[in-house]
Design a binder for this molecule. Structure first.
Ligand code: ZN
Length: 150
């Protein structure tokens, strides 16, 4: 069966799970960098707080968000995916992810069976891609804050 209804997205186990039980779902007290993104048109918001190890890898990450289920699931999934990454790795990852989401034909990114692969289904619903990509924008904002600090 071809999944082509938006309601199918909300029946996806990984999206449902991250939406109902978001991971890392509070901001940190002890923060090295913040990253924020807001879509004023639909009210979706994502905020990350990030703590780095002494060698520049993410040791702790927290996020809070507001808005639709896809946006919330995306924030939660990204918080899991990028733990342990450097900021340069985050930057590579968000670039690839964007390209993948915006290209409905080619598979540019391979995340194996990581939960975040569930978001790739949203490529079939162009109007909702921005909900997925808001978490990328928030991480890109954190990356920019990091670049500005060095
Ligand atoms: Zn949304």
């Amino acid at each position: 069966m071809v999944q082509n209804r938006i309601s199918d997205l909300y029946r996806n186990d990984a999206i449902l799970d991250h939406c109902m039980n978001p991971r890392n779902n509070k901001l940190l007290n002890d923060v090295d960098f913040n990253g924020d993104a807001i879509n004023p048109f639909c009210g979706d918001e994502i905020h990350f707080s990030i703590k780095l190890t002494s060698i520049g890898r993410i040791s702790k990450i927290g996020f809070i968000g507001d808005g639709c289920a896809i946006n919330q699931a995306s924030g939660s999934m990204f918080s899991v995916l990028v733990k342990g990454f450097t900021f340069n790795e985050i930057n590579e990852c968000t670039k690839l992810f964007r390209q993948h989401m915006q290209n409905s034909e080619e598979n540019i990114m391979d995340v194996g069976d990581h939960d975040i692969s569930a978001l790739f289904q949203v490529r079939k619903f162009p109007i909702r891609i921005k909900c997925v990509l808001l978490a990328c924008s928030a991480l890109e904002n954190a990356y920019q804050n990091y670049i500005d600090s060095i």
